[in-house]
Design a binder for this molecule. Structure first.
Ligand code: J2J
Length: 552
């Protein structure tokens, strides 16, 4: 098993410790100290179920003991595929307490993605729910394990127990610890706590190793910047395993602050607005398309005199994709709270507009970095700094931005400079205040309502079709999703029946990939334009699409 590490140069690591960014705290410490300080305080609410900090610790300890009793070992990697249920937190903390490394997959992931993530991480187990949104995840996990000998354990959470209000959860996998909980292995704060996955612009998702030290620093500072304290109530609307919902400040940030997490069973605006009033939610995080739906729904409900009382809501965060200023300006008048724009990435760097920033900065920028030690470089194509205020490629390094993906030498050579800056792939403009305005992206991915889709990954699926010679996938502006995906497909000249869009869509579905990756639009073409060097020009294709759009 290849060890998973994340290291910074010794001088920088010493600096980050000396400045108090890295405090030697682990996720196990985080939960234990809070459960000791306020055991009865509610940590997580999901429908009729509420778990206190004490409950969460005991359940996590039991599950940790159960995982060790099954033969899993500290350092083992465990895929976690769960929806917005309390068992997600029990599982995550159990793995932290047992010194195992969660690999956070999304509920939308299907066999193809899971197989890749399991292979890359050398996963020994998968923890999932029986069903999420009607899909049989248990069957998928068992089928995966049957084909991957290294994946020795399948653990299925009985979250259906929620229906009866009996919170038995992962009981079949839990054990009363045979040794006192203090006998659980201790993790080193500088070690890797978990693997996040990259949105990825080249091919399949890469694994992002995050350490206890670096991630807990972002939780502490995010909680402070977003004004969270013990009274904070964070509404988790987007999938909890996504880095935004997890840490900016997200669920973990709310738990760090000793607040409460409310898990929304659906992102639909009306039930969420009701939940805000019922549970006294103070902060919620959305992607731009969802924010627009919330705004429209809130306006409609207000006109009908049915808008729930949202006076408890202090902050609505919007991030994951560009939120246009015209939409941003609607948030405070419609929802009566402060907007916070969040521009972050699972690889590290997170920017926030500050709650007391001038209104123009809040509506027109994507915020400024968390840390005074986040180094920002805006450069041209040759890595030379651009003139101040000019848009350029964003490069960054700092106390919580990774230095390398796990087991990806070729991608690491591309994605990081020799002096350790991460090439974000984003084009930004830096204002004198340090705020960044995201102008676009240099790399080929589609940001579909905050879900990042690698063009190359989808092209590879399309050209696996026997009648397809070549394919190019590009993004198209979309009024609802921000961007949608469009595939140009060139059939093989010798193909007897060139495939049409419905056939290609069926073929893609048969590849067992996340549904959001299936192209929104498929165009079968007779030629693909190429640039002078023979590379297909995505820019030309996008321009052609924009021209088409202008005609309709
Ligand atoms: C424009 N593009 C944005 C924004 C992310 C907090 C918030 C979001 C993420 C996230 C995250 C954007 N405007 N406000 O991890 O902790 C695009 C950029 C970026 C990529 C990262 C967090 N906010 N983006 O979205 O790893 O292109 O993280 O590089 O999924 O999303 O995607 P991801």
């Amino acid at each position: 098993m290849q060890p998973i590490t994340q290291t910074w140069p010794a001088d920088l690591a010493a600096r980050y410790r000396a400045l108090g960014y890295w405090r030697g705290e682990t996720f196990a410490d985080l939960l234990r100290t809070r459960a000791a300080a306020h055991p009865a305080r509610i940590a997580i609410t999901a429908g009729a179920r509420s778990w206190s900090y004490g409950d969460l610790l005991i359940r996590s300890e039991r599950l940790a003991a159960g995982l060790l009793a099954r033969g899993l070992r500290p350092g083992d990697r465990v895929l976690v595929q769960m929806g917005n249920v309390p068992e997600f937190f029990q599982t995550s903390f159990a793995l932290f307490l047992a010194g195992m490394i969660p690999v956070f997959t999304l509920p939308a992931h299907r066999r193809t993605e899971l197989e890749h993530l399991a292979a890359r991480s050398e996963a020994a187990a998968i923890v999932t729910e029986a069903r999420i949104a009607g899909f049989d995840h248990a069957a998928q996990a068992h089928a995966l394990a049957a084909d991957l000998p290294a994946l020795r354990h399948v653990i299925v959470a009985e979250t259906g127990a929620a229906l009866t209000g009996d919170a038995s959860g992962l009981t079949h996998a839990e054990h009363a610890p045979s040794a006192p909980p203090s006998a659980l292995p201790a993790s080193r704060p500088a070690s890797v706590a978990f693997l996040q996955i990259s949105g990825g612009s080249t091919g399949l998702s890469k694994l992002i190793p995050r350490t206890h030290d670096d991630y807990i620093y972002t939780l502490r500072e995010s909680a402070r910047i977003c004004g969270l304290d013990a009274q904070a109530v964070y509404l988790a609307v987007l999938p909890v395993a996504h880095n935004f919902t997890m840490s900016s400040p997200g669920c973990f940030g709310a738990l760090y602050a000793g607040g409460r997490v409310v898990l929304a069973p659906t992102p639909a605006p009306e039930p969420c607005l009701r939940l805000i009033a019922q549970e006294g939610v103070t902060i919620a995080a959305l992607v731009p398309p969802l924010a627009l739906k919330w705004l429209d729904t809130a306006e409609r409900l207000r006109e009908a005199g049915r808008l729930p009382d949202l006076s408890c809501l202090r902050v609505v965060q919007v991030g994951g994709a560009k939120f246009l200023p015209a939409s941003a300006r609607r948030v405070t008048p419609v929802l009566g709270c402060t907007l916070q724009q969040v521009f972050g990435m699972a690889e590290g760097l997170v920017n926030y507009t500050r709650l007391d920033d001038a209104p123009d900065l809040i509506t027109e920028t994507q915020g400024r970095p968390i840390s005074p030690d986040d180094e920002i470089r805006v450069v041209d194509d040759a890595d030379r700094p651009v003139a101040p205020g000019t848009p350029g490629h964003l490069l960054t390094r700092g106390p919580y931005t990774i230095r390398a993906y796990h087991a990806e030498p070729a991608a690491n050579a591309r994605s990081f400079t020799a002096d350790g800056f991460y090439r974000t792939g984003d084009i930004v403009q830096e204002l004198p205040s340090g705020h960044l305005v995201v102008q676009g992206r240099a790399t080929d991915h589609i940001n579909r309502a905050g879900e990042k889709i690698s063009a190359e990954e989808i092209e590879n699926h399309l050209i696996a079709h026997p009648a397809v010679l070549d394919a190019v996938v590009v993004s198209v502006p979309d009024p609802h999703l921000g961007e949608r995906s469009c595939a140009f497909v060139l059939p093989r000249p010798e193909a007897e029946t060139p495939p049409d869009a419905p056939a290609l869509r069926r073929f893609m579905r048969g590849r067992d990939i996340a549904a959001f990756k299936i192209p929104d639009e498929i165009r079968v073409v007779t030629t693909l334009d190429t640039t002078a060097v023979g590379k297909i020009s995505r820019r030309d294709l996008r321009a052609a699409l924009a021209r088409d759009a202008a005609l309709v």
